[in-house]
Design a protein. Structure first.
Length: 282
């Protein structure tokens, strides 16, 4: 069992601390998924991101229980689906998530997206607040929420999310959202840290920066996230790539690198509506 590599820690207004690199589990299912998550924990990941809609909460819980890593050193996340925002449904779904995982509590629970056409996300947030007060979940947050949505939650309940998990990568840098999150003590998580990787990893700017530092394009992008100040949650089923994705301390992007990547931002070309998870939420 390896000790986690030295990576920065992000802190939210409520005291939540998250490592700057976590492990994503979208489409990580079945016993191969258990093995992949156990491998990630063994090489040093301590933040594991799941969701009710990923249909793998049981796999995540099994991997955590079998990993040999003390439970209190692992931060496990799950998310409430958009179709379960009515208060009683939300409370039941949260309890189902905990039961599926076979854990006593979930460290971080998010509303997966605001589902604005339904208009019940404040009701769902109250369910998360109450579950937190009862100790079923330790910290609560949101995903794919805009500043106006978060303002509504805070005004209605007096509780500000600890986390906002959004699409965030060099092609879609979410400058205004990140500034809002920072101003309110909200940790910004990137659910798509490599964008659509096949395109991003061939980008000439990324290739040039990676070559300059003698690292892979993936490492260059993940290092950018670390220096940007967010939490990136890459996914890999391969142990060596898992290790590479978390071991990013050997180089630093310089000011010109950061400027060059900032120039890649194309906010009109990306939207969280294109999230592959989005269509599960309707």
């Amino acid at each position: 069992m390896l000790e986690p590599p030295a990576i920065p820690v992000r802190r939210a207004h409520d005291g939540l601390e998250l490592p700057a690199i976590g492990f994503g589990t979208y489409k990580v299912n079945g016993f191969t998924g258990v093995d992949a998550i156990k491998s990630a924990l063994e090489v040093g990941y301590r933040l594991v991101d799941s969701a009710f809609n990923y249909e793998n909460e049981g796999v995540v819980g099994k991997a955590i229980r079998e990993s040999g890593v003390p439970r209190d050193r692992i931060i496990v996340t799950s998310k409430l689906p958009g179709r379960h925002h009515q208060y009683d449904q939300a409370r039941t779904t949260i309890e189902e998530s905990v039961a599926r995982m076979g854990l006593d509590y979930i460290d971080l629970y998010l509303i997966h997206w605001p589902n604005p056409s339904q208009g019940q996300f404040v009701e769902a947030w109250q369910a998360l607040v109450d579950a937190q007060q009862q100790g079923v979940v330790k910290h609560i947050g949101v995903s794919n929420f805009l500043p106006g949505h978060i303002d509504l939650l805070t005004r209605a309940t007096g509780v500000t999310p600890a986390v906002n998990q959004i699409e965030l990568h060099p092609y879609f840098q979410q400058v205004e959202q990140r500034a809002y999150d920072d101003a309110h003590g909200i940790i910004t998580e990137a659910w798509s840290p490599l964008g659509r990787a096949n395109q991003m990893l061939k980008d000439p700017t990324i290739l040039r920066i990676a070559d300059k530092h003698g690292v892979s394009p993936v490492a260059a992008i993940l290092r950018w996230h670390i220096q940007l100040g967010d939490v990136a949650i890459p996914k890999s089923m391969n142990r060596e790539r898992q290790r590479a994705n978390i071991d990013l301390a050997g180089f630093t992007l310089d000011e010109q690198d950061m400027k060059d990547i900032a120039a890649m931002d194309n906010p009109e070309g990306r939207s969280f509506a294109q999230d592959p998870h989005w269509h599960e939420e309707a």
